[in-house]
Design a protein around this ligand. Structure first.
Ligand code: GLC
Length: 741
């Protein structure tokens, strides 16, 4: 299916139309609420103790939402207190981080993004919603759609990578999956695009660090995925921890009121991140928790997560005239509106289905499909893969071959490792008695520096026809607050690969990680490299099917892989600069001794790393090969309200039926501000038999070439544009067209 952002968004559930009857219910209830009950709705509490411990504040109407409660009996009991024992019976909104699955765990979102398959991602979110809602959870803190161009940042694992268009499409798909066709469906859960906004640009790739994103970059790169989520009907938003140029997102009226409300017409509610309201004191943006409450609510925060400054200080701030009652009333309206849309007043209790839906066959099948499509083949010399009948003995080494918890990846609270199917298990099952499998991990876990077991792994490799080396990161090495300054394989994993490579046997390196790793050295020693961003519950069967050729890899890199951390930030949609790299610059080992003082190369590159990354954005191999030809445009001169149709022929020039992710990139060559050398504007998955050729079409409204320009206006500027259709961001021949006034 050609992935057309407007069409995709048009099919979204979309922002709920104004429902007069619902609004009347909101007003009627609001009018009956006391000031304390109103502020109570703005208070979110993390579940603690036993039901009695929380009953008091719930009865008094001092809690609007509870997070981190997943026991259906406890949720039911808490909800009964709210509905039957509080004065107005307003149901609680139960929330959880259901980021890439509830019990059935899908690949981490960065892996799902590698599939470039929004329908697959929507299905994964739907499965998560069905499983989570069955215990009474009706709100997830997802999708995380922070653009991330720095793999040192641990939370790159949680988003959809570096690209604005890909993240916009995937984020909207997740919103649709979580919220379904009706938020009131008991199996639907409210989405919460996060972290609003710019969090992924944290200085130095260090979590929670400051960002410095000027408005134009914010509007052209970081905001669009959140706008796409709003157009898909996202019910709530969560702000981010970072301050942008000194303004914490929790206190940023420009993003929360001008952009989200006034420009996008969002009418749901906004929640802080964990204690991000009172953390404005640490930011030096508020003198104390009272001023933090003032700044947060004035900026546009509707609900405070766990730091209690609203319930403690808003009554006083209102009494002092520093906060208008209307500000409180609007925040409460937003919260009540979503509770009504969720149908919580009609069906507040879990439906008791939970045992049957967890790990349902259909859910596991969807998770396996996602793991298959998320895998990226980065190298495959001499057609090492797929493993054929000639392979009689396989040596499996590495600490991630049989690591059921690590394979699930970050942000997994409720997935159970006992349900994980690991590569070792799946390969043994696939091999059966036809192929001998020798398993020698060599290391106990990814950070293991004790190389005592490496000799045994090398001995196993020497006895095998092929070595499968499962390396990467333990789950805990990515995710929130888990940033790395060094992206090389941790522990003695590199030594392990070197040792098995020295046997001369072909090594297939299979990586499971939460981010791109600088694996250039290990890739050079490997005949093949299959990269999986922590693939989830069904990662084992998926990888086994890929290795044995039952499935063919189709994934593409959703983020650029640097050669070395020193290259960061490195991403494809960069500006050309006045001295762009020629990409053939002299490298440090080729500079003559006693070289005279020159500016050598005179272009933007590294003496010790050149310019190009290890792998570019949008890159991934297949067991077959694809040919692109005959690119033709509907017109070479278009007006601003035209639609450009791009047709091209795609041929499977190899011997396996396979799927290619064809990508359309555009460059605005001259504009009122410098524009990126390329921007992804369309992509589509095309499956072809060997020898099959198909004409593929992309339709691109010229209006989608609009950007925020020198006057901070979102416009399409006339002029010349470059266009590429290819299988990655670095390939393809340029075609030129013009936009005319
Ligand atoms: C965390 C995360 C946020 C998450 C929230 C609730 O600190 O930043 O993404 O949803 O707290 O767990």
């Amino acid at each position: 299916m050609a992935c057309l952002l407007p069409a995709v968004l048009a099919s979204c559930s979309g922002p709920e139309p104004k429902d007069k009857a619902l609004e009347a219910k909101v007003e009627k209830l609001l009018a009956r609420m006391t000031p304390e009950e109103k502020i109570g709705q703005m208070n979110q509490v993390s579940s603690y103790g036993n039901i009695e411990d929380m009953s008091g504040i719930i009865k008094k109407g001092e809690v609007g939402s509870i997070l981190n409660e997943v026991d259906p009996q406890r949720i039911s009991a808490l909800q009964h207190v709210a509905v039957e024992e509080s004065r107005l019976g307003i149901p609680l909104l139960i929330a959880r981080d259901v980021i890439h699955g509830f019990r059935t765990i899908f690949p981490i979102p960065l892996g799902q993004a590698a599939s470039f398959d929004p329908e697959l991602v929507e299905e994964g979110a739907r499965v998560a919603a069905i499983e989570a809602s069955s215990v009474g959870i009706r709100w997830t803190f997802a999708p995380m759609i922070d653009i991330a161009r720095d793999p040192r940042w641990g939370r790159i694992a949680e988003g959809c990578g570096e690209d604005t268009y890909l993240t916009s499409v995937m984020g909207a798909a997740m919103v649709r999956g979580f919220q379904g066709h009706a938020l009131s469906d008991p199996a639907s859960i409210a989405a919460c695009p996060k972290h609003f906004v710019g969090y992924g640009a944290a200085e130095g790739g260090r979590d929670y660090a400051s960002t410095f994103i000027p408005e134009r970059l914010m509007r052209n790169v970081y905001l669009p995925p959140f706008e796409a989520a709003a157009r898909a009907g996202a019910a709530t938003y969560m702000v981010s921890f970072n301050d942008n140029d000194g303004v914490p997102s929790t206190g940023n009226a420009f993003t929360l009121r001008q952009v989200l409300r006034d420009e996008w017409g969002f009418d749901g509610f906004v929640v802080t991140d964990w204690a991000s309201a009172t953390e404005m004191v640490a930011h030096g943006f508020a003198a104390d928790s009272k001023e933090a409450a003032l700044k947060a609510v004035q900026a546009g925060i509707d609900m405070e997560m766990v730091s209690y400054s609203f319930v403690r200080h808003l009554p006083e701030l209102i009494a002092e005239g520093k906060v208008k009652q209307s500000v409180i009333d609007n925040a409460v309206r937003n919260i009540l509106r979503i509770k009504y849309r969720l149908g919580l007043f009609d069906h507040p209790y879990p439906d008791g289905q939970q045992p049957s839906v967890m790990y349902a066959e259909a859910h596991l099948a969807a998770a396996k499909k996602a793991a298959v499509e998320s895998a990226i083949l980065l190298k495959n010399d001499k057609e090492t893969l797929p493993l054929t009948g000639k392979v009689k003995t396989i040596a499996i080494v590495g600490p991630l071959a049989d690591a059921p918890y690590e394979q699930l990846g970050t942000w997994v609270f409720d997935g159970e490792k006992t349900h994980t199917q690991t590569p070792l298990q799946a390969i043994r099952e696939t091999a059966g008695d036809k192929v001998q499998v020798i398993y020698e991990p060599g290391l106990a876990y990814s950070r293991d520096k004790n190389g005592a077991g490496i000799a045994r792994a090398a001995a196993a490799a020497a006895r095998a026809d092929v070595v499968l080396a499962f390396v990467g990161e333990e789950s805990i090495l990515s995710g929130e607050a888990h940033c790395l300054a060094d992206l090389n394989l941790v522990g003695a994993q590199s030594e392990l690969i070197a040792a098995v490579a020295r046997t001369g046997k072909p090594v297939v390196t299979v990586v499971m990680a939460g981010r791109p790793l600088t694996i250039g050295k290990e890739a050079d020693l490997s005949a093949a490299v299959l990269y999986n961003f922590h693939p989830g519950t069904m990662g084992g069967p998926a990888i086994a099917d890929l290795l044995f050729g039952k499935e063919v890899p189709s994934g593409k890199t959703p983020v650029t892989f640097p050669k070395t951390a020193g290259q960061i930030p490195v991403y494809y949609a960069h500006h050309n600069t006045g001295r762009p790299a020629t990409r053939t610059e002299t490298l440090i080992d080729r500079i003559p001794v006693d070289a005279g003082q020159t500016s050598l190369g005179n272009t933007s590159f590294y003496l010790d790393a050149g310019f190009d990354p290890l792998y570019p954005f949008g890159y991934g191999l297949s067991y077959t090969t694809f040919g692109y030809s005959n690119i033709r445009l509907s017109s070479s001169a278009l007006k601003k309200d035209d639609v450009l149709s791009v047709l091209f022929d795609l041929e499977n020039t190899g011997k396996y039926t396979a799927t290619e992710i064809a990508q359309l990139y555009v460059q605005d060559k001259v504009a009122s501000v410098a524009r990126p050398v390329k921007e992804l504007k369309r992509f589509t998955r095309v499956t072809l038999e060997p020898g099959e050729k198909k004409t593929v079409a992309f339709d691109l409204p010229v209006s989608e070439l609009a950007f925020w320009n020198i006057n901070m206006a979102k416009v399409v500027e006339p002029g010349e544009f470059g266009l590429w259709v290819a299988g990655d961001s670095q390939s393809g021949e340029e075609t030129v067209f013009k936009v005319i006034d």
